[in-house]
Design a protein around this ligand. Structure first.
Ligand code: DX5
Ligand code: ZN
Length: 232
């Protein structure tokens, strides 16, 4: 398992770029991951879908395990599942670096977050576009990362929802008020145009699926997002 870097220790002027393998060519996944790593990706984003929480299926622990032995990139695992309690142990065993749960999913979220931390992983909370940022408040002392969904979860290649900019800036204010460094990651519709807006609103980590793996030159695609996401 590779640890997710601590937000407090990360260079303040560098936005994290986390390509999402949902949009990668699954027939040559290893080759695509290698290109992303060589192209300067900071983490890999792994979307886990159960067909209930979202109307789609994606990867399981076997994929995370295979990637863990293959790359030096941290695996930022996003659990879009109805019952995260059923999946935490298998993904920890597989080598996930961080596990992010949806606030809208079922179970005792606080206990689940504590359980993830106890195993030495980073943990995060994600909100869907219609969830209020203030709902995160009860978890803020437990988490390393907040993931704002800037599309309705389930599919890659959707358009960035402009309404998420207000969520991002509200959450940035919450983090500042809390006084502890927490990653603020944005996921959905990130490309070279929307990256700058998300960073300006307060994001310090960006997930990009289609804008990286949907492009013919992965290295160039990452470079373009990185340039757009330069923190001023
Ligand atoms: C969507 C997933 C995203 C997805 C983003 O439900 O959570 O991580 O891969 O894909 P793009 O960047 O194409 O919107
Ligand atoms: Zn995701």
């Amino acid at each position: 398992m590779i640890n997710l870097p601590a937000c407090a220790a990360w260079p303040k002027d560098k936005t994290v770029i986390a390509p999402s393998i949902l949009s990668a060519d699954q027939l040559v996944l290893g080759e695509q991951i290698k290109q992303a790593q060589q192209g300067g990706a900071d983490w890999l984003h792994i979307d886990i879908m159960d067909g209930h929480f979202v109307p789609n299926l994606s990867f399981g622990p076997a994929t995370v395990k295979a990637i863990d032995g293959f790359t030096a990139l941290a695996q930022d695992v996003h659990l879009m599942v109805e019952k995260p309690a059923d999946f935490i142990a298998p993904f920890i065993k597989a080598g996930a670096s961080s596990l992010t749960l949806h606030i809208e999913s079922k179970g005792d979220i606080k206990q689940l977050l504590k359980g993830i931390k106890a195993q030495g992983l980073s943990c995060g909370i994600s909100i869907k576009p219609d969830t209020k940022p203030c709902d995160i408040a009860p978890y803020i002392d437990l988490i390393d990362l907040i993931l704002v969904m800037s599309v309705y979860p389930g599919f890659g290649g959707q358009a960035f929802l402009p309404s998420s900019l207000k969520q991002i800036s509200d959450i940035r204010d919450m983090i500042k008020a809390g006084g502890r460094a927490i990653w603020l990651e944005v996921d959905g519709g990130i490309n070279k145009d929307t990256a700058a807006k998300a960073v300006e609103a307060g994001a310090d980590a960006l997930v990009a699926g289609n804008a990286v793996f949907g492009q013919s030159d992965i290295k160039e695609a990452i470079a373009q997002i990185r340039q757009a996401a330069e923190i001023k």
